[in-house]
Design a protein around this ligand. Sequence first.
Ligand SMILES: NC(=O)c1ccc[n+]([C@@H]2O[C@H](COP(=O)([O-])OP(=O)(O)OC[C@H]3O[C@@H](n4cnc5c(N)ncnc54)[C@H](OP(=O)(O)O)[C@@H]3O)[C@@H](O)[C@H]2O)c1
Length: 273
Amino acid sequence: MSIQLDKGTGWAVITGASSGFGAIFADQLAKRGLSLLLAGRDERRLSAVAQQVRDSAPDIAVEVVAGDLGTAAGVDALTARFDGRVVEVLVNNAGFGTYGRFSELDADREHELVAVNVDALVRLTHAVLPGMLARGRGGIVNVASTISFQPGTYQATYGASKAFVLSLSQALWAETRGSGVTVTALCPGPTRTGFVDALGSDVSHTAIYRRLAAPEPVVAAGLRAMDKGRAVAVPGLRNRIMATGGRLSPGWLSALISGRLLRPAAATVSTSR
Ligand SMILES: NC(=O)c1ccc[n+]([C@@H]2O[C@H](COP(=O)([O-])OP(=O)(O)OC[C@H]3O[C@@H](n4cnc5c(N)ncnc54)[C@H](OP(=O)(O)O)[C@@H]3O)[C@@H](O)[C@H]2O)c1
């Protein structure tokens, strides 16, 4: 199945549009003729992305909504802006990770992670899906991760949040099949964006984050998968091999393997347990 979108009056809503994948989604969706509603917390960076898009695609409308999607008020402020618009595409991209032993990570930050990566995504999807189904067209791209396919040892909450995103997306893909609406989980591997810096710890020593891919092909692969009505996109051969390994292994084994691949530097590993 390939999806049909109304590019004349339609809007794409992109969360986390102030940097990384989100800014690239903005650029690539604008080139398709969709007007853009760009969301993030950093109004200055959002406005800079909006201006870049206007410069390259002057015929489309671009608006920004600054707010914290880790709060109900932030999500409400964004959904309030959906009124009166035909949302053709929703890209649930805002998110961040943490790194380290769960017991040693800041509890508030872990809760904030669930609020942004999981809660906001569910609420935003709920806000657009009924309208898309009523119109018989639309695309939702949920940015998951290759970590979705196995437990994320030393990124436990982040891995679980992305497993949720993958599972939800696949179920919604099945529920909406044949409706003209499609839901896709985009599962990037480690990629050069602001994500690694936002982890709050140096991860350059780990086997997973040693090499980072370029983000543009990842976004292009996500949009191609949406166009084709695919449930899941895992860009890159190495990532597809890792994802298949994670899917086929028992959970306890892949938890141990990901613990090896994400092991903290020697100085931070406690030997007393
Ligand atoms: N890069 C990777 O290696 C990788 C791999 C797999 C999956 N991903 C996923 O890709 C998505 C995009 O991340 P990225 O790689 O592009 O990293 P990024 O450059 O750090 O972008 C993250 C975006 O999320 C937004 N965001 C974070 N917390 C927010 C909050 N509380 N409220 C509203 N917006 C918030 C940020 O906007 P503000 O700073 O303006 O709030 C920013 O625009 C995330 O879901 C991430 O988990 C990344």
